[in-house]
Design a protein around this ligand. Structure first.
Ligand code: G3H
Ligand code: 13P
Ligand code: ZN
Ligand code: NA
Length: 308
């Protein structure tokens, strides 16, 4: 069934694991993820960014996800990733999403609260849950690689007031992760001390980790060995993700790993089969790579296999 993340998070918090939130953009990605979850009986969050909605169209994605729910029978939450306005959140809520993120993390504290609360008021009236964000992730803008030192980590002194005044159902925090495939220049490091302090201030409250792809070396190599060029790609080590999942983190966001698996597989296929041109020939293996990757995450990293 189509569900919110409310029950998922409650059970994940108590059980010391996390739900995987995977970004979806097309049919093969949705099929790969949901077939993996079905095989290991895991609850799922499928998340749609503004860019995904623009690429594939809201209705197409919603109908594909509905098909996946029908085929798998799994509890699946459909979530807007990084909503940047009340209007976008409203459009997704009206269009059947069961969860939205309003990302006001770039705004001053009071403005973030105001915008987030506006979304919460509308969402809760419709039975939809809301993820807010405090603190800024390090990011890569154009060629400027913002180092993790420049990230504005979440201030634990702000979290109680933010959650209380907005009424959000979960909170995304910044502890050193970043989006994309180039997360650390040197040794990977996350501020678990900040996470610990936040969970002390918000007992029982679900925390969300963005930028949590592990950038699996096998797929980086597959890309680099088959005409690609992504030297220095590095993600969050899996043991750190397991540690976060055992703590207050109940939702772990993964997109880049799916992109790398899909691209690596297709590059390799093209290199090995230069005469093939039927898209099913290379999209099939790409979908299968996503399935295997997601199964690995659900079983070995998130700990949510068997929890549906
Ligand atoms: O947070 C970013 C996600 O990876 C989605 O990326 O906005 O390119 O769809 P996108
Ligand atoms: P990655 O780029 O690490 O996969 O993060 C995805 C994400 O946070 C989506 O919101
Ligand atoms: Zn994100
Ligand atoms: Na957890």
């Amino acid at each position: 069934p189509l569900v919110t993340s409310k029950e998922m998070f409650k059970k994940a918090y108590e059980g010391g694991y996390a739900i995987g939130a995977f970004n979806v953009n097309n049919m093969e990605i949705i099929q790969g993820i949901t077939e993996a979850a079905k095989e290991v009986n895991a609850p799922l969050i499928l998340q749609v960014s503004a860019g995904a909605r623009k690429y594939a169209n809201h209705t197409y994605l919603m109908k594909l996800i509905e098909a996946a729910i029908e085929e798998t029978g799994l509890p699946i939450c459909v979530h807007l990733d990084h909503g940047d306005s009340f209007e976008l959140c409203k459009s997704c809520i009206d269009g059947g999403f069961t969860s939205v993120m309003i990302d006001g993390s770039h705004l001053p504290f009071e403005e973030n609260i105001k915008l987030t609360k506006q979304v919460v008021d509308y969402a809760h009236e419709k039975g939809v849950v809301v993820e807010g964000e405090l603190g800024r992730l390090a990011g890569i803008e154009d060629d400027v690689n913002v180092s993790e030192e420049d990230a504005a980590f979440t201030d634990p002194d702000e979290v109680e007031e933010f959650v209380e005044r907005t009424g959000v159902d979960s909170l995304a925090i910044a502890i050193g992760t970043s989006h994309g495939a180039f997360k650390f220049k040197g040794e990977p490091k996350l501020r678990f001390d900040i996470l610990e302090e936040i969970q002390k201030r918000l007992p029982g409250f679900p925390i969300v980790l963005h930028g949590a792809s592990s950038v699996i070396p096998e797929y980086v190599e597959m890309i680099n060995n088959n005409g690609g060029e992504i030297p220095g790609a590095q993600g969050v080590p899996e043991d750190m993700l397991r540690k976060a999942a055992s703590m207050a983190v109940c939702k772990i966001n993964i997109d880049s790993d799916l992109r790398l698996a899909m691209t690596g597989t297709i590059r390799k296929y093209f290199a090995e089969n230069p005469s093939h041109f039927d898209p099913r020939q290379y999209l099939g293996p790409a979908r299968n790579a996503i399935k295997e990757l997601v199964k690995h995450k659900l079983i070995n990293v998130l700990g949510c296999a068997g929890k549906a």
